[in-house]
Design a binder for this molecule. Structure first.
Ligand code: SF4
Length: 213
């Protein structure tokens, strides 16, 4: 039985942008100045995928490659996600992929742009768009890929470690599967057992495949 939750994060509670289509939401978001992240990023990276998707995957923020391409999950972490979705029996082309934060946050070190984690204010500000995407899409399952997505969806009190692999049901809402961000599998190379961690991630995603049949 999915666990019921009493609290919601900013993407599921409070006010969100209003529009009648994902395309019009995206057009609105292109002029967004709700936080400072638009100032240094190349462009907005909005969600993409079929508007009748039953599954929405939510990551943290675009990375360097996504920022340049203007599309979510097209870099190294996206490649791992694609492979793991395939192994779990999920067709990426049938999912809608997005991020909790739509502009790339980074620190410039020489020529390299190093990923920098969005803070609580930026997550809160950008939940205006994530919440609106979910209002419009009304999926059956939302996959929270890592702590930032989870905070936006279900607030601070729900941790990834404690709830990993669980399907949580928000009051009156859809199920949220809690798992890691695929970039974690890149970071642990040489430090942990990457194959076991990867298999665990595939197992988490397979719960989505089982649920949607
Ligand atoms: S990160 Fe989100 S809230 Fe901040 S400027 Fe970009 S779209 Fe707006």
């Amino acid at each position: 039985m999915p666990k019921q939750l009493a609290k919601l994060g900013p993407a599921l509670a409070g006010e969100h942008a209003e529009a009648t289509t994902i395309a019009s939401l995206r057009r609105q978001a292109e002029g967004c100045e709700r936080c400072d992240l638009y100032k240094n990023a190349t462009q907005l990276v909005f969600g993409e995928g079929p508007v009748d998707a039953r599954v929405v995957l939510v990551g943290e923020q675009p990375g360097d490659r996504e920022d340049l391409a203007g599309r979510p999950f097209v870099g190294p972490a996206g490649r791992i996600l694609d492979e793991c979705l395939h192994e779990a029996g999920i067709d990426r082309s049938e999912c809608y992929l997005t991020n909790a934060v739509k502009h790339f946050k980074f620190e410039q070190r020489g020529k390299r742009r190093m990923h920098s984690r969005p803070n609580a204010g930026e997550i809160q500000a950008c939940a205006w768009w994530l919440g609106a995407e979910l209002d419009e899409l009304r999926p059956e399952i939302v996959v929270a890929l890592g702590a930032t997505a989870l905070m936006s969806l279900l607030g601070r009190s729900v941790g990834v470690t404690r709830n990993r692999g669980q399907l949580l049901t928000a009051p009156g809402g859809f199920s949220v599967l809690v798992t890691i961000h695929p970039s974690y599998l890149l970071r642990i190379r040489g430090r942990s057992d990457p194959e076991a961690e990867r298999a665990r991630f595939v197992d988490d995603l397979a719960k989505v495949a089982t649920r949607i049949g």
